[in-house]
Design a protein. Structure first.
Length: 71
């Protein structure tokens, strides 16, 4: 099942950490980062990006289950 990746624009600080970890999954777009695709195949780097986001703005879901950021 594909993962859904979301970045909350009101939380994003545009630190660039997500784009640095996975430049093929995330990009800086002005004052915020954005996922390049809303749905992706399972990719550990998406979880790593969610884990290191200083604003906790990235959410990764598999269906209705949140898989990232990890506790």
């Amino acid at each position: 099942m594909p993962w859904e990746v979301d970045i909350a624009p009101h939380q994003c600080l545009a630190s660039g950490s997500c784009a640095a970890i996975a430049p093929d999954l995330f990009a800086l777009d002005g004052a915020h980062a954005r996922p390049l695709n809303d749905r992706i195949e399972e990719d550990e780097r998406a979880l790593d990006a969610a884990d290191v986001c200083p604003a906790m703005a990235i959410t990764v879901r598999r269906g209705k289950d949140v898989v990232g950021p990890r506790p």
